[in-house]
Design a protein around this ligand. Structure first.
Ligand code: HEC
Length: 223
């Protein structure tokens, strides 16, 4: 007489096994502090980069661009170091995407100077005749709305004070509106004169693009 002929005992034992399995795989990890790898090199977005990220989502850039380099030779050769789990610690929501009409952008930070991005965002077709990326020239005509920047960074738990956020905004504005800004010429070409001393949506979007993969490049160079 095996256990299979005793349905009650079998059911109780099966339930016990499932319960133990559930406890071990679900509840114990829940109570552990964190199973996510954490890197001191990965820094939260600044208020301006976060605004840029929101514009990236608003415009649906993620419908054409992924932000994850898979650990495959062809991808690493094309885009650079493959994506690491800790990189996405501050990505809420994540923007890994699933379609690559355009190239992956997870390593685009630092790949080009800001001037390249101003020209490319204003008219991809001027740079690559056959590009099917839509032009976003009008982003340079929209002043950046920073009225909710502090609220956003605090909801996302970046740990900035209201002053930090103001400082980040002022600092970025000062750097891109400075007469010595390396990409001044291209910025001025796409930005209407009345907004040249202000932050525009395009400025913020470019700040965000330049942040992508930036921390990982630091992490890799210190290894
Ligand atoms: C309809 C699809 C589509 C959309 C939407 C789109 N892109 Fe693109 N993007 C492309 C294609 C195709 C390329 C490659 C050709 C080129 O550089 O123009 C590209 C290239 C790029 C590049 C250069 C990448 C590199 O490594 O050379 C950046 C940066 C970029 N896009 C940013 C954006 C941003 C930011 C948005 C949203 C505001 C956006 N794209 C929206 C299709 C798209």
């Amino acid at each position: 007489m095996g256990i299979t002929s005793k349905p009650t005992v079998f059911a109780v034992l099966a339930a016990a096994v499932v319960l133990i399995g559930t406890t071990v795989t679900v509840f114990i990890p829940l109570l552990m502090p964190s199973t996510q790898p954490i890197s001191p090199y990965i820094k939260p977005y600044t208020a301006v980069e976060q605004e840029g990220r929101d514009i990236y989502m608003r415009e649906g850039c993620n419908n054409c661009h992924t932000q994850t380099v898979r650990p495959l030779r062809t991808e690493v050769l094309r885009y650079g170091e493959y994506s690491k789990p800790e990189e996405f610690a501050y990505d809420r929501p994540f923007l890994w995407g699933s379609r690559r009409t355009g190239p992956d952008l997870n390593r685009v930070g630092g790949k080009y100077p800001d001037s390249w991005h101003y020209k490319h965002m204003a008219s991809p077709q001027n740079m690559f005749e056959k590009s099917n990326m839509p032009p976003y020239a009008w982003l340079a005509k929209n002043p950046l709305d920073t009225s909710n920047s502090f609220k956003k960074t605090s909801v996302l738990g970046y740990g900035y004070s209201e002053r930090d956020v103001q400082q980040q905004i002022t600092q970025y504005r000062t750097s891109v509106t400075d007469d010595n800004y390396a990409s001044k010429e291209s910025r001025d070409q796409v930005t209407p004169p009345e907004l040249r001393k202000e932050l525009t949506e395009m400025d913020a979007l470019i700040a965000y693009l330049q942040k992508l993969g930036h921390d990982v490049k630091n992490m890799e160079s210190k290894k």
